[in-house]
Design a protein around this ligand. Structure first.
Ligand code: CS2
Length: 491
C-alpha cells in the first residue's frame, strides 16, 4: 500500500488541505510531536492557513523519540485527522506540519530551527511532567535529568528549558527578535509557569540574559481542550480506508475543540480565530474551569473507573454509580470557580457529560490515570483548598484522592497488577512497600515531597475523610466502595 504524501490524489472521502502546503513557510517550532499537537494546534493552524495564508507552518519536535519523525517524514508531514462523534465520522488531511525533528539525533537542527528568524512562535505540549520546573519554587529543577544535563552543557541542550534559553540567547546575539513561547499543557497559568522556569534557568547561566528574557519574551497563557485518545489499529485502518493510502501518522479525536488564548504575540501569529480560537485578556478563569471540571473529573473517573473494571471513559458513564460520582465531582469543581461572564457552569458540565459519553471515542481510563502526581495538585488538591475556604464539602475531592491512593497500590481486587506510570512511581512504591493499613498508606502518600499542600493537610478532617474512604476500598472492595460512595452522593 502506498504511503500518503504530497504527490497523492486523495479520495473524496477525506477533506484535503485548503491550500498548497509547500507554498507556505515555517513560522512555528512545536516541542512535543504527539497526538494532541496533531488534533489541536496543527488543526487550528491548518484552518488559518486555508483562510488567510501566511508562513505559519509548524516544525514538530519530538524531544526523545524518533518514531514521530519516521511516521511523518515519508508523508511530507501530512496526516489524517479523524473526528468521531455521535453525528458520524469526519476526516481531513492536515498540511500544517512542514517538518519533523527528533531530539534523539537532531539537537543541532532543532536549535537551528528555533533560532531561525522565520520562527516567531515556539509552542509546547510536553505533558505536565516534561518541563523540569519545580512546582514548589517555580524555578528550574536541577534534580530533573534534562535540566541538570543542559545546565552542564548549555550549548547543546536537549530539554525544554535548555532549548528555549539557548535559542533565545542565539537570537539575542544575532539581533533577531525573540519568539513568543506558547505553553499548551494542562497547567494553571501555564504561560507564567513556563516563563518563571525559563527565566530561572537562564539566571543560573547568565543573569543578563535572564533579565532580557523576562523583559522581552512573551509567554501568553492558554487553555486548550480536545479529548484525544491514543491511536489504535482502527485509527490507522480507517485512515487508509478514507484517504486511499497508508498513513502511519493518523490520529483520531472528538468533534469538540476549544482554545482560549491571551493575545500577546509581539512577532505575530496565525489567524487562529478563523478556526474558532478565542482571544481574551486573562485566560486564568477559563483554565480553572477546564482543569477543575474536565480534567479533575477525568482524574477521579480514571482512578475509580479503572479500579471498577472500566476500560474506557464512556464505560464509566454507563455505570450508574460512576455517573453519579462524575456529576457530583463536576458540581463540586464548578462551585470552586469564580463566575465567567457568558458561561453557565451547569451547561458546561452537561456538555462534558455528553463528551465523556461519546461512544465513538475509546479513551482509556488507564491513559488518564498516568502521571497522577503531576495532575492532582491543579485538578484536585487546589480545588479542595478553595472548596474548604468557601465552606463547601471536601468529600468529592477526598474521594478522588482516596481513589488515587488505592490506585497507587498497583493491583486490582482480582489480583491483577499494573504499572503506575508516574515520574514518582519508584518513590510511591517504596513508601507503600509492606503497608496494608489505610492510615499507613494515607500517611505515606501525604508525605510525598511537594505533592500535598501543607494548608490542605492542616485542614481538620481532610486526612480523616481520605482515610475513611480508602478504608472502604480496602475492606469492601473497589466496586462496593464506589457504589456506597455514590449512594451518599446527592442525585
Ligand atoms: C486527560 C486530558 O489524560 C488526561 O489527563 O484529562 O488529556 C484531557 O483529555 C484533555 O485535557 C482534554 O482537553
Amino acid at each position: 500500500m502506498d504511503r500518503l504524501n504530497a504527490s497523492r490524489t486523495l479520495s473524496d472521502k477525506v477533506k484535503a488541505p485548503g491550500y498548497t502546503p509547500a507554498e507556505h513557510g515555517t513560522g512555528i517550532v512545536h516541542l512535543g510531536l504527539g497526538a494532541f499537537l496533531r488534533a489541536h494546534l496543527a488543526a487550528y493552524t491548518d484552518a488559518a492557513l486555508a483562510a488567510s495564508g501566511g508562513d505559519w507552518r509548524i516544525v514538530g519536535v519530538s524531544l526523545r523519540s524518533t518514531a514521530p519523525v519516521e511516521e511523518l517524514e515519508p508523508q511530507d508531514g501530512l496526516y489524517t485527522l479523524i473526528e468521531r462523534g455521535p453525528a458520524g465520522t469526519n476526516a481531513r488531511v492536515i498540511g500544517a506540519l512542514s517538518g519533523a525533528l527528533s531530539g534523539a539525533n537532531q539537537r543541532a537542527e532543532i536549535l537551528e530551527a528555533m533560532a531561525d528568524p522565520a520562527t516567531r512562535i515556539v509552542s509546547l505540549t510536553v505533558t505536565e511532567k516534561g518541563y523540569g520546573i519545580d512546582r514548589a519554587t517555580g524555578g528550574a529543577d536541577p534534580s530533573f535529568p534534562a535540566v541538570a544535563e543542559d545546565l552542564a552543557n548549555p550549548i547543546a541542550p536537549g530539554g525544554v528549558l535548555g532549548l528555549i534559553v539557548r535559542a533565545l540567547e542565539l537570537r539575542r546575539a544575532a539581533g533577531i527578535a525573540p519568539f513568543t513561547v506558547l505553553c499548551c499543557d494542562n497547567l494553571p497559568e501555564n504561560g507564567a509557569f513556563l516563563q518563571a522556569g525559563v527565566v530561572d534557568f537562564a539566571k543560573r547561566r547568565d543573569p543578563d540574559l535572564a533579565d532580557w528574557i523576562a523583559q522581552s519574551v512573551a509567554f501568553p497563557s492558554t487553555m486548550v481542550d480536545r479529548i484525544t485518545p491514543a491511536r489504535t489499529d482502527r485509527t490507522l485502518a480507517d485512515a487508509t480506508a478514507l484517504t486511499g493510502f497508508a498513513d502511519a501518522a493518523a490520529i483520531e479525536t472528538e468533534p469538540f475543540t476549544q482554545w482560549v488564548i491571551e493575545d500577546r504575540f509581539p512577532s505575530g501569529r496565525p489567524d487562529w480565530d478563523v478556526a474558532g480560537a478565542i482571544f481574551v485578556e486573562d485566560v486564568a478563569p477559563y483554565e480553572h474551569m477546564k482543569l477543575r471540571m474536565l480534567n479533575g473529573t477525568h482524574s477521579m473517573l480514571a482512578y475509580a473507573g479503572f479500579l471498577s473494571g472500566h476500560r474506557y471513559v464512556r464505560d464509566t458513564m454507563a455505570d450508574p454509580a460512576m455517573r453519579r460520582l462524575i456529576k457530583r465531582h463536576l458540581a463540586a469543581a464548578a462551585a470552586t470557580l469564580t463566575p465567567l461572564p457568558g458561561i453557565d457552569f451547569s451547561t458546561y458540565a452537561e456538555e462534558l457529560c455528553a463528551r465523556f459519553t461519546n461512544l465513538e471515542i475509546a479513551h482509556e481510563t488507564y491513559q488518564i490515570a498516568m502521571d497522577g502526581t503531576q495532575k492532582l495538585p491543579q485538578r484536585i488538591l487546589r480545588p479542595a483548598l478553595d472548596a474548604h475556604a468557601e465552606g463547601q464539602s471536601l468529600r468529592p475531592f477526598a474521594f478522588a484522592t482516596a481513589a488515587w491512593m488505592r490506585y497507587c497500590l498497583g493491583r486490582k481486587d482480582d489480583g491483577t497488577t499494573y504499572a503506575l506510570r508516574d515520574p514518582m512511581e519508584g518513590e510511591i512504591s517504596s513508601r507503600l512497600e509492606g503497608l496494608t493499613d489505610d492510615v499507613g498508606i494515607v500517611e505515606a502518600l501525604c508525605e510525598l515531597p511537594g505533592l500535598f499542600p501543607d494548608a490542605l493537610l492542616a485542614i481538620p478532617g481532610w486526612k480523616a475523610a481520605v482515610t475513611e474512604i480508602l478504608a472502604g476500598f480496602l475492606q469492601n472492595g473497589d466496586v462496593a466502595a464506589i457504589r456506597s460512595e455514590a449512594e451518599t452522593a446527592e442525585a
